[in-house]
Design a protein around this ligand. Structure first.
Ligand code: MRU
Length: 364
């Protein structure tokens, strides 16, 4: 993303060469604040509190967390302990475990004296890999928007609906679901995005709308419940969402509410595409509903809202009746049968074991 003319990733190593910088996503869209992380506890806090969030980004930030921890003590015991701690910071997105396993594989056999440099190099490789993967997802998703545009009368806009935030802020760069949209917009295709607000934390209204606005992409924030109505009235050409974990059989875990959008899309004949980087594929799991752990977050995220008051302060207000408890499952699973296809860095495929193996034969 461009900020004051400079391109930023959503995580980077500071000019000091060792501390790690992120944007505090709990302050967006009201304030663009950069945080400096200096140890693994700060990294763990940033992930748990969702100062950083989005499946690929938490993996990359956790990888840097390992590097920060090893600066103090690069022993094998420390490496194992820190990796175990960071892997537990959030349960649903497999990217976090993927990144930690990659760090362990790169570092276990290194002599401790070489581990810090190797850890920074591997964390950078993970971040670079994610940025390039997301750029390619954009390339492979772009034809879907081009085809939708070709079916329209000249000058008519292509309407894409998205849920949560699967953009630049959720990844190291470009985004997954938003990457094709950015590429379409940059190519001059008239594209408009329906942005689900994405209660309870409002990643759509706060983050996706912020990103799209900064990039100049026309968009409209809608209540989560509006999608079905828009589809019934021909106002959605396709849905593109991100994902936190895709199973061997093509089931898709993503932000709570994604499943309902897939149901509405199926009922209305609207294509429902899922943008998936390789780091999100979990071939060890077959049945997403039975096997993917769904994060349960604090009830206050449901009973309260965050906003900015007239004094410019970021405040929380209660919207639920006093005393009523709340449940807060943060993700749901969309069965593969409701998914039109997956957009990956290697091309598009069916959401099925055969489809996935056609693109990732080495994962068989
Ligand atoms: O709880 P969050 O904000 O981390 O959830 C994020 C999502 O559900 C995204 O859609 C998903 O991580 C894909 S990000 C490219």
């Amino acid at each position: 993303m461009k900020i004051e003319g400079k391109h930023y990733r959503s995580v980077w190593v500071d000019e000091d060469g060792w501390s790690v910088r992120i944007f505090d996503q709990t302050r967006l869209p009201w304030a663009l604040e950069i945080l400096r992380l200096t140890d693994e506890e700060q990294v763990a806090h940033a992930i748990r509190s969702m100062q950083v969030r989005g499946a690929p980004l938490i993996g990359a930030v956790a990888a840097y967390g390992v590097a920060l921890a090893l600066r103090e003590d690069a022993s094998t015991e420390r490496l194992e302990t820190v990796c175990a701690m960071l892997a537990e910071t959030r349960p649903t997105a497999i990217n976090l475990r993927w990144a930690i396993e990659r760090m362990l594989a790169a570092l276990r056999n290194q002599p401790p004296a070489r581990r810090v440099a190797a850890a920074y190099a591997e964390a950078k490789a993970i971040a670079d890999d994610d940025a390039e993967t997301c750029r390619r997802i954009g390339e492979h998703g772009l034809p879907l928007i081009e085809q939708a545009a070709a079916r329209k009368a000249a000058g008519e806009v292509v309407n894409v609906l998205t849920h949560c935030n699967a953009g630049w802020l959720a990844t190291v760069d470009y985004g997954t679901a938003l990457s094709p949209i950015y590429q379409a917009h940059d190519a001059g295709i008239p594209v408009h995005v329906w942005v689900d607000e994405t209660r309870p934390r409002n990643q759509g209204a706060a983050l996706t709308a912020f990103e799209l606005g900064r990039h100049g992409v026309p968009h409209t924030v809608v209540a989560d419940n509006a999608g079905g109505h828009l589809m019934q009235h021909g106002q959605v050409d396709l849905v593109i969402v991100g994902t936190d974990r895709v199973t061997r059989t093509g089931d898709v875990a993503n932000k709570i509410g994604t499943y309902l959008k897939a149901l509405a899309a199926r009922d209305n004949g609207v294509p429902f595409w899922v943008a998936m980087p390789h780091s999100t594929l979990d071939m060890r799991v077959r049945d997403g509903i039975a096997e993917i752990p769904i994060e349960e977050r604090a009830g206050e995220e449901v009973t309260e809202l965050t906003g900015r008051n007239e004094a410019g302060e970021i405040v929380r207000v209660r919207v639920a009746a006093e005393g009523s408890p709340a449940a807060n499952p943060a993700f749901d699973v969309t069965p593969a049968r409701l998914v039109t296809g997956l957009i990956t860095e290697r091309g598009r495929c069916d959401a099925s074991e055969a489809g996935l193996l056609s693109l990732y034969p080495e994962k068989g």
